[in-house]
Design a protein around this ligand. Structure first.
Ligand SMILES: Nc1ncnc2c1ncn2[C@@H]1O[C@H](COP(=O)(O)OP(=O)(O)OP(=O)(O)O)[C@@H](O)[C@H]1O
Length: 506
């Protein structure tokens, strides 16, 4: 079912945002007037400098009125994200991205603080997820015909300088190169070798998420990295199996929920990036965020073409640069693919340009369509797929056996050739006793022996790896056959077998 990327706007409190930006040494602050109107779902932004324009954006929901009321974490969660719990349990992939400049409240919104009422979207989602699972289990317990089983797996990583850092890996010294982004058969993305922890209740889940974010802070301190310079991704995989106890058949649904706390979106010129490492950091953040913006722009263009020209072919000519950064490659399916996606546009009332830029990109994002489907299959489909795979493997095994047979046939031919060679050698040694006519014959056979040795040598080499047998060798054997059919027939006692072997490799 086509969905649209939804956008929720959140405004950080003026003082907090300014204090955080001061700590992060962000310069170029600007004084702006910014307010959201939750009734109309609009956000108004205007620089207090007279020459800057006024802008009004309309989104799915606008929270926090800027100068007025600040929405609590609970109000924000209930008004935006909590419906994703049911979606995820029903088998839909979901993705929640927090986008905005440094100090605009991305981490506060996603993770929140340790105080109970200030916890963010991720811990609240995890709590709701297990509450929902528990309530389904209680409902099931009175139903004798059905039972549901759940498996929840969590992985947490960050992308820093275009490398993946596993935040659940106990060993602090990590080889980043072992983490590879791979594509599943259904074209969804996964990270090879990433630590995955199975959790079975709220406590385990929250501990896992907290450990990931604690590692993010510890590692960033050890590496002298500000956490806002990396993108943190929490990935929760949910597998639900509904078993019909009467028929013993089951329906399985799989979904992945990704929570992405993006690095600060300000341009590197806006921060005091003079140090080499900082410059590298800045460049890679710029690269991934600018790729993200280009991906959003290309997807929007694609949508417009589809809508205006009513032709899919011109829309498909638009190349979306997913592969140009790790971030967009991992999120490929979430941006315009099989996912229910939302962007939380975090803005801070201290910088006109950056806030306007965040709102502009959120505006582009909300035009993008996704195609979320319930990722479900029955155990009979699973069986069908496994049987299909089995058949493919059987064909492979047969082929391999055939190769092995061919190699046995070649071995047989080789032995015959060796025998013939011995015969020729014997004649060669006794040639002094031969008549001139016989000698001529032997010179011929000497040439043939030489040819034969070459063929034997080639076959011996190829026997080590029969697959590598090439047209040249077959050509040589064929030539031998043409030059002297009698000799050839002597070499090969079982002619048919030999030809069959040659045919296989033709
Ligand atoms: N809605 C809010 N209510 C209360 N405090 C907030 C809110 N938004 C942000 N803050 C406070 O503002 C400060 C900066 O927020 P936060 O660290 O979440 O910003 P950020 O966008 O993640 O920055 P960075 O990109 O540097 O990681 C924090 O002290 C946080 O507690």
């Amino acid at each position: 079912m086509p969905d649209r990327v939804s956008v929720y706007v959140r405004v950080a409190p003026r003082d907090e945002s300014r204090r955080h930006r001061a700590i992060c040494k962000v310069i170029n602050t600007d004084s702006i007037l910014l307010s959201s109107n939750p009734k109309r779902q609009t956000t108004f932004i205007r620089s207090s400098f007279e020459n800057k324009e006024e802008k009004i954006f309309k989104f799915d929901k606008c929270f926090d009125e800027g100068f007025g009321k600040i929405n609590s974490q609970s109000e924000f969660y209930k008004g935006s994200i909590n419906h994703f719990v049911k979606d995820a349990l029903n088998g839909y992939n979901c993705c929640i991205l927090a986008y905005g400049q440094t100090g605009s409240g991305k981490t506060y919104t996603m993770m929140g603080e340790s105080k109970n009422d200030t916890r963010g979207v991720i811990p609240r989602f995890c709590e709701d997820l297990f509450h929902e699972i528990e309530s389904i289990k209680i409902k099931d317990s009175s139903d004798l015909s059905q039972r549901s089983e759940y498996k929840v797996v969590c992985s947490i990583f960050e992308i820093y300088n275009e490398q993946i850092i596993d935040l659940l890996e106990m060993n602090e010294v990590q080889s980043c190169s072992k983490y590879r982004v791979r594509e599943n058969r259904d074209r969804s993305m996964y990270i090879e070798n990433i630590t995955e922890i199975e959790v079975s209740n709220i406590d385990q889940m929250i501990k896992c998420v907290k450990m990931g974010f604690r590692n993010r802070t510890t590692r960033s301190t050890n590496m002298n990295v500000n956490s806002s310079r990396s993108h943190a991704i929490v990935s929760i995989t949910i597998k639900r199996t509904d078993i019909d106890l009467n028929t013993n058949s089951s329906i399985i649904s799989d979904s992945i929920c990704r929570f992405v706390d993006l690095a600060g979106s300000e341009r590197s010129t806006a921060t005091q990036n003079c140090h080499n490492d900082r410059l590298k950091e800045g460049n890679s953040i710029n690269k991934s965020l600018s790729t993200l913006r280009r991906v959003l722009t290309s997807l929007k263009k694609r949508e417009e073409l589809k809508y205006n020209s009513n032709s899919n072919s011109s829309a498909h000519n638009i190349v979306v640069p997913f592969r140009e950064s790790l971030l967009t490659w991992i999120l490929k399916d979430n941006l315009g693919g099989n996912s229910k996606t939302c962007i939380i546009a975090c803005i801070s009332p201290t910088n006109f340009e950056e806030s306007a830029s965040t709102l502009r990109y959120a505006d582009i994002a909300q035009t993008i369509k996704t195609n979320s489907i319930i990722n479900t299959y029955s155990n009979t489909t699973l069986l069908d797929n496994l049987q299909k795979q089995l058949r493919i493997m059987e064909i492979e095994v047969n082929k391999l056996q055939k190769d092995q047979n061919s190699s046995l046939e070649l071995q047989y031919i080789l032995n015959n050739l060796k025998l013939e060679n011995k015969f020729l050698e014997k004649n060669f040694i006794n040639r002094a006793n031969l008549s001139s006519e016989m000698r001529k014959l032997l010179i011929d056979s000497e040439i043939k022996k030489f040819q034969l040795m070459k063929v034997i040598l080639a076959i011996e080499i190829k026997l080590k790896d029969p697959k590598k047998i090439d047209a040249k060798l077959i050509g040589r054997l064929e030539q031998l056959k043409l030059n002297d059919a009698k000799l050839y027939n002597n070499f090969v006692l079982n002619k048919d077998k030999f030809e069959a072997t040659v045919d296989i490799y033709k």
